[in-house]
Design a protein around this ligand. Structure first.
Ligand SMILES: NC(=O)c1ccc[n+]([C@@H]2O[C@H](COP(=O)([O-])OP(=O)(O)OC[C@H]3O[C@@H](n4cnc5c(N)ncnc54)[C@H](O)[C@@H]3O)[C@@H](O)[C@H]2O)c1
Length: 518
């Protein structure tokens, strides 16, 4: 994280953001902001205002777009629009994030993001603002704020509500029609019964008459967010009125040209449910193959990987999302499965299948810890190297990552943890604090360790060979929770992999408290 310090001893309201690499960008603290801030110059604003024609040009090409919330979804989509030549505005409440984006530095790790961001800023196609009122200068306003979990698993819509209210207020005095698009993941009914009334009340306009509203859930994957934005498998548009749907399709036709993805036009409720059904199904596949893996583990000679590739040949099953591992994580699957369960229970139906998916996922972390106990016995005072913290490779996101669950369980059992990740150490440090030692590279992470657990499938970890584990570790015990290595790659190493049946060459200890998994 950067720290905000006064730019000069004499200036009290201008602050300089010092980022970890020393780059500096001037920004103002929001509560001290004496005037609206928008990147670029006054001409920039005029440019937006001049281009914006409310209903948008008929071919969609000249439409201007804005994104409220510059996280994984908002920022990646904004740079993609800027790259395709659209004048794009990004708004966020986080001054540090804005200061980085404004100078073309990505606040998150996504392959290809920083290159496109720099290009977008340099070309003048992407501007940022900390004032949500500026979205009034754009034709289409995407809401891309977060929808985190509440304690009971239901989603917290407070960011969506605040954004809706502020967008509505910003549009109050605008005469031209604007289109608001809910891209955040929200449970069925939210667009119609939460966003619409807030927009109407704060704008004084009627949705479908003077103001457009659609829901358009996002399906991009972290780690390939840019690629997914340019090449999605589908677009889902839920509209209250036909005019809004047509306008959004016009924008997307201008964006995708000949490569317009298959588009599902439906009600907002169905669109919202498609997103949850999609993520819940993928989470179910993960928990399903992990359950099969745990059974496979008990049978000498059985390997879940071959089981998965064989069943994946059946077109009714398909090959994807059948990799056994430490359980799903990230900002979407856990929260979306929980939200769907809570949503369903609130309406009187207990979705037992989804509850079992979630429970199996939670227990998978204990399964990983159990494998390390089989290799080293009691974990009390043992040094465990955890390789990989991000919930999957090619991202720095550790939200609900299996690595965090595993590390907490290791610590509960008295282990001393050293961790390494090529990208996610800063975000993991915020969650794990000082109780975990962070290593500078994979080799130093495994130095003198009693056990190494591979938690993320980063390609970088493939540089470790059997002899590295044998020479550097106190004992070469490896739990391959991602099935990163082939059996013969780690000769001389005591390896247990998720879903790999017992092998006579592995020295196992009886698990000290096997009841964890009972
Ligand atoms: N991350 C993913 O892979 C992914 C994929 C598909 C859908 N989604 C959904 O998209 C939504 C956004 O997800 P994300 O991962 O990009 O979130 P995020 O947490 O990374 O980013 C949200 C951003 O919104 C900003 N914000 C919050 N309130 C604001 C406000 N009132 N005005 C302006 N900015 C505000 C925050 O500062 C933050 O930068 C969520 O509903 C999520 O479930 C996420």
């Amino acid at each position: 994280m950067g720290v905000l310090t006064p730019a000069t001893p004499s200036s009290s309201d201008a602050f300089v953001l010092r980022t970890p690499s020393g780059a500096e960008a001037a920004t103002r603290l929001r509560h001290e902001r004496p005037q609206k801030r928008i990147s670029g110059t006054v001409e920039v604003k005029n440019d937006f205002a001049a281009r914006s024609s409310g209903d948008g040009p008929l071919n969609g090409r000249g439409m201007t777009v804005s994104f409220v919330g510059l996280g994984y979804v908002g920022l990646c989509t904004a740079v993609a629009f800027a790259d395709r030549g659209f004048d794009t505005l990004g708004v966020d409440v986080d001054p540090e994030r804005l200061a980085l984006v404004e100078v073309g530095r990505a606040p998150i790790h996504e392959p290809g993001l920083e290159r496109l961001l720099k290009k977008a800023v340099l070309s003048g196609r992407l501007h940022v603002s900390d004032d949500l009122a500026d979205v009034a200068q754009t034709d289409v306003i995407f809401l891309t704020v977060g929808t985190p979990s509440r304690f009971d698993g239901s989603i917290d819509t407070s960011h969506v509500e605040r954004a809706s209210r502020e967008v509505g207020a910003a549009l109050r005095s605008e005469r031209d029609m604007r289109l608001v698009v809910v891209k955040s993941t929200v449970v069925p009914g939210t667009t119609r019964s939460v966003v619409k009334p807030l927009l109407e009340e704060s704008s004084g306009k009627h949705v479908g008459v003077e103001l457009g509203l659609c829901t358009n859930p996002e399906f991009l994957k972290e780690g390939s967010a840019i690629e997914d934005t340019f090449h999605p498998d589908k677009l889902v548009i839920g509209g209250i009125d036909g005019g809004s749907v047509d306008r959004l399709k016009r924008l997307y036709r201008a964006f995708y040209g000949e490569e317009m993805p298959p588009t599902i036009e439906t009600t907002p409720e169905t669109a919202e449910m498609i997103k949850y059904a999609s993520n819940a199904f993928l989470a179910t596949k993960v928990s399903y193959i992990n359950t099969i893996a745990n059974i496979a583990q008990l049978v000498p000679g059985l390997d879940v990987e071959q089981v998965a590739s064989a069943i994946g040949l059946d077109p009714r099953i398909g090959p994807l999302f059948l990799r056994a591992g430490p359980g799903y994580g990230g900002s979407c699957f856990p929260k979306d499965v929980r939200a769907l369960i809570a949503f369903s229970r609130e309406r009187g139906y207990d979705p037992g299948l989804l509850a079992a998916v979630e429970k199996a996922n939670e227990r998978q972390a204990s399964k990983v810890v159990e494998l390390s106990e089989k290799l080293v016995g009691s974990l009390e005072d043992k040094r465990v190297a955890v390789l990989g913290l991000a919930f999957k490779k090619d991202t720095d996101d550790v939200r609900e990552a299996a690595s965090i669950r595993v590390i907490h369980r290791l610590q509960d059992k008295g282990a001393r943890v050293t961790a390494y990740d090529p990208m996610a150490i800063p975000s993991a440090r915020r969650v794990l604090g000082t109780a975990v030692e962070f290593a500078a590279d994979p080799k130093s992470a495994i130095d003198k360790a009693d056990c190494c657990i591979i938690m993320t499938e980063w390609d970088e970890f493939r540089c470790l060979k059997g002899k590295d584990f044998a020479e550097r570790m106190r004992k070469p015990n490896v739990v391959d929770a991602r099935r990163l290595y082939q059996r013969d790659e780690l000769e001389g190493v005591n390896v247990l992999a998720i879903g790999m049946g017992r092998s006579s060459s592995v020295q196992e200890h009886p698990a000290p408290d096997a009841k964890v998994l009972a």
